[in-house]
Design a protein around this ligand. Structure first.
Ligand SMILES: *Cc1c(COP(=O)(O)O)cnc(C)c1O
Length: 392
């Protein structure tokens, strides 16, 4: 058991006040997102890694409000599908600010992307590379390395990336197919707590940069550091300044003073902290008189967007709206409202709520700005998708 830390470690009293005021007139559940906070996150990253070009990973939160704000700040965008690309185009984002960052692509979508003007693509397989050569001739291609994702709360390993040997042959084949072998990428795993994971991947980049130059005369120009930068969940991480300092140190260790072009694709970091879910307690019950723990059922669960509670991987900071009073607190099991027994949020890890918590009371689920509402089911049990609101 870890005792809940104070909400004041996450939000200023002014921010808490604004959430309370907004919540008063609105039906739960909803996600409330602060534009100001996203702007601050962008600025902090820009300041900490001034040499890196930021490609916001749209999948973390593709809301127009987010895209518009980041576009105004000068961000580029990492897109996974033609649909995200078309949203950006509708919003006036130029195709040269986009990277098609999904290794899994249909030939016709590559063709469309090329027609839209996108010229930067990722790959990790021979089949995808040949689709790129046929449908996006002459484009710049970067190659995704496999990582272990050790130390990440939400690993992205296994599915993406290839071993260095295959990457080497992809680089050579890309050149032979008339593409521009441009750089390398990796993703160390989302919410990566071990900054050393970047060390390992950057060292692999250096090795490949040197080898393809020495044996093939190919000069790679770019490293894409991927995502993995943290948001502030229950268990603390180092600060973004520390991440940036250490990653910068690794880059210089391997590449000396003159760094290649550096891209970074933050998703969770950029929007996670900016969101709060406001939810109401629907039911509090015990399985028997002698059960140790009460079940507290909320009006949002896995199918309302909190899918990252799978295996209790992401632990959101959760606080009662009314705060902790003198009555003391108790450990509970938290679950969602649907008729699927998988819809349990936290059963092994116990959150603490005030002893006198009751049905109808509200909870704030913090750090819910990334990977939440887009995961909502479509009318499972008839429940409409969770509402999303923005404040400044
Ligand atoms: C999801 C994703 C990201 C963002 O990852 P975070 O850990 O949320 O920062 C970056 N790049 C790619 C290719 C992704 O798929």
């Amino acid at each position: 058991m870890e005792h809940p830390i104070s909400i004041s470690e996450y939000l200023s009293s002014e921010e808490i006040q604004r959430i309370r005021e907004f919540a008063e007139g609105n039906e739960t559940p909803f996600v409330l997102i602060s534009r100001k906070k996203i702007g601050q996150k962008y600025d902090e990253l820009k300041h900490s890694l001034p040499f890196a070009k930021i490609y916001y990973a749209m999948k973390a939160n593709p809301a127009e409000e987010v895209v518009e704000l980041l576009h105004k700040k000068g961000s580029n965008f990492d897109v996974a599908t033609i649909y995200e690309m078309e949203q950006l185009l509708r919003m006036g984002v130029s195709p040269d600010k986009m990277s098609f960052g999904n290794t899994i692509k249909k030939a016709k979508d590559i063709k469309k992307a090329y027609e839209y003007g996108v010229r930067l693509f990722v790959t990790d397989s021979h089949s995808d590379l040949r689709k790129l050569a046929a449908n996006a001739p002459g484009s710049r291609v970067f190659f995704r390395l496999l990582t272990e994702s050790n130390g990440a709360d939400w690993p992205l390993s296994r599915k993406f990336g290839a071993h260095t040997g295959q990457i080497y042959s992809l680089i050579v084949e890309a050149r032979d197919l008339g593409l521009v072998p441009y750089g390398l990428s990796f993703h160390v795993g989302s919410q990566q707590r071990d900054i050393g994971e970047w060390d390992h991947s950057i060292s692999q980049c250096k090795y490949l940069f040197d080898d393809v130059k020495r044996y093939e005369g190919i000069e790679l120009k770019m490293i894409n550091l991927g995502g993995g930068l943290p948001a502030k969940y229950l268990k603390p991480t180092r600060s973004i300044q520390q991440y940036a300092e250490i990653i910068t140190k690794y880059l210089h260790e391997y590449f000396g003073e003159e760094l290649p072009e550096i891209l970074i694709e933050p998703g969770r970091y950029m929007v996670g902290d900016a969101g709060v879910v406001v939810t109401e307690i629907v039911l509090i019950s015990k399985k028997s008189e002698s059960s140790q723990y009460e079940w507290v059922y909320l009006d949002i669960g896995k199918f309302g967007g909190l899918i990252e509670t799978l295996d209790e991987a992401i632990k959101y900071p959760i606080f009662p709206e009314k705060g902790y009073n003198g009555a003391g607190s108790k450990e509970v099991i938290l679950a969602g409202p649907t008729c699927d027994s998988m819809d349990i949020l936290y059963e092994h890890f116990k959150y603490e709520l005030p002893k006198d918590i009751k049905e109808g009371d509200r909870l704030f689920i913090l750090t819910a700005g990334a990977y939440t509402y887009t995961y909502c089911s479509v009318e499972f049990n008839g429940i409409p998708p969770v509402k999303v609101y923005f404040i400044d």
